[in-house]
Design a protein around this ligand. Structure first.
Ligand code: PLP
Length: 450
């Protein structure tokens, strides 16, 4: 694919406009849609639209295309499998492709003696995780503890945990009973009003133990904590270092399970296979989707062996989970992350990007916080460093202006630029994208303080 960025016609061009018009008539309009990008094809870290514009991809199709778009080895695995067997439900029969993919996943997963259940999406992986946790306790523990700012999906169970934006839940109540939300330790905006990250992490743990467990629900009735090791949709928020190890301890103290939602942060995105490994914590159940299918709809739950062994025949199943083509792509993705050393690449490029934005923060008041691990990086914009008022409109401008200059990027939380390119992005392309982004941020900074 020719060099990006390359803007031939100001987007949306004529072809894009006509497709968007048809979309508005044929599809429900409940989607979010940040920019009018109508994709025709994508390769590596470059996306081409229907009018021939080429963009540098800082989204990876929302943390999905970690090994890059149309990687020849993934394409080959899909083609080979499509020619042999497309579907034969794993619920009722067996096929080797699913076993091979599950073996590969077990090998890289931090879950003890993990057993795999395949799903079709992130939300379905969360639904399965909730069911497995309740089932393990024979229904005697009904409660789940989730975190404010979390995003776990949009079906009823997962939406009951999701608390990143109130309008995601608005109009859909009543949701699942038995979900208790507690603050997430967001170091830049600690709900407990401290600027010390470790104090913030400890305050959250103390709040759960001293307040929730004493005043609201006995811990013996809690089945699981459901947590994103790095909050995604909620703002690319990295918790302080004491939080996840402390949560693990709290879980162990009260016999509560730890469900780790790695749907967005998993599969090498943060420079480790799974983000929770940055803190040396082992979850009991891990929910996956997005990047594991290399672009095909696939999710998985990895369940601690002794928890999985409680599941009797017929207790949970689905028709499409572990579809042969999707798991063939997944095996190729795992092999590729190893072969191309993408964990190291994500770490190196991530460190570079963090430094780049931290340097820019020295210069530009509009940048309030820069955080992340590997290539999961958030740059939070504020109108004012002292009040930390979120620069929401400015974020929208940054996204729109970057798009017009050939960089596709979206936001997270209230005013955070979400940087999550394919891990294969080459150094030069990343540099170009960062330079365009910084130009655009600089412009917004000037507008804020003329
Ligand atoms: C952390 C996390 N969990 C769950 C989900 C839901 O995944 P899906 O959109 O595949 O249902 C998402 C989606 O963005 C996510 O980021």
């Amino acid at each position: 694919m020719a060099e990006a960025p390359l803007i031939r016609v100001e987007p949306p061009g004529p072809v894009a406009r006509s497709i968007i018009d048809r979309d508005s008539k044929a599809l429900v309009q409940s989607y979010v849609r940040w920019v009018p990008l109508v994709v025709k094809e994508a390769h590596g870290a470059v996306v081409e639209d229907v009018d021939g514009n080429k963009y540098i991809d800082l989204n990876a199709g929302i943390a999905v295309m970690n090994v890059g778009h149309s990687h020849p080895k993934v394409v080959e695995a899909i083609k080979r499998q499509a020619e042999r067997l497309q579907h034969y439900s794993l619920t009722d029969f067996y096929y080797e492709e699913a076993v091979t993919a599950a073996e590969k996943l077990r090998e890289i997963s931090p879950v003890n003696d993990g057993k795999v259940f395949f799903t079709n999406s992130g939300t379905e992986s969360i639904e399965g995780s909730l069911k497995f946790a309740r089932y393990f306790f024979g229904g005697s523990r009904q409660y789940f503890i989730a975190f404010l700012g979390a995003f776990h999906g949009r079906t009823f169970g997962s939406l009951s945990l999701t608390a990143s934006k109130a309008h995601y839940r608005k109009g859909f109540s009543p949701l699942l009973p038995g979900v208790i939300h507690v603050p997430y330790p967001y170091p830049y905006r600690c709900p407990f009003k401290t600027d010390d990250p470790l104090e913030c992490g400890q305050a959250v743990l103390d709040y759960i133990e001293e307040w929730i467990f004493h005043k609201l629900v006995d811990p013996s009735e809690v089945a699981a904590f459901v947590v994103e090791p790095i909050q995604g949709e909620g703002g690319y928020v990295v918790p302080p270092d004491n939080f996840l190890p402390g949560l693990r301890k709290l879980a162990d103290k009260y016999g509560i399970l730890l469900i780790d939602d790695e749907v967005q942060s998993g599969m090498g995105r943060t420079g480790k296979w799974f983000a929770i490994e940055h803190w040396g914590v082992k979850p009991d159940i891990m929910a996956l989707a997005k990047a594991i299918g290399g672009g095909l709809p696939l999710g998985a739950v990895v369940i601690r062996g002794d928890i999985a062994s409680t599941l009797v025949r017929g207790s949970h199943a689905n028709t499409f989970g572990g579809n042969p083509i999707a798991v063939a792509a997944m095996s190729a993705v795992i092999d590729l992350i190893k072969e191309e050393k993408l964990l190291d690449r994500a770490t190196r490029l991530g460190e570079y990007t963090l430094k780049y934005f931290n340097d820019l923060k020295e210069e530009l008041e509009i940048i309030g916080d820069v955080r992340g691990k590997g290539l999961m990086i958030g740059v939070e914009l504020v109108k004012n460093r002292k009040t930390k008022e979120p620069a929401t409109e400015e974020l929208a401008h940054v996204i729109e202006k970057s798009f017009k200059r050939g960089v596709v990027v979206i936001g997270a939380g209230m005013s955070t630029i979400r940087i999550a390119p394919p891990l294969v992005i080459d150094d030069e392309l990343l540099q170009k994208a960062l330079d365009i982004l910084s130009d655009v941020i600089r412009e917004e900074n000037r507008q804020l303080r003329p």
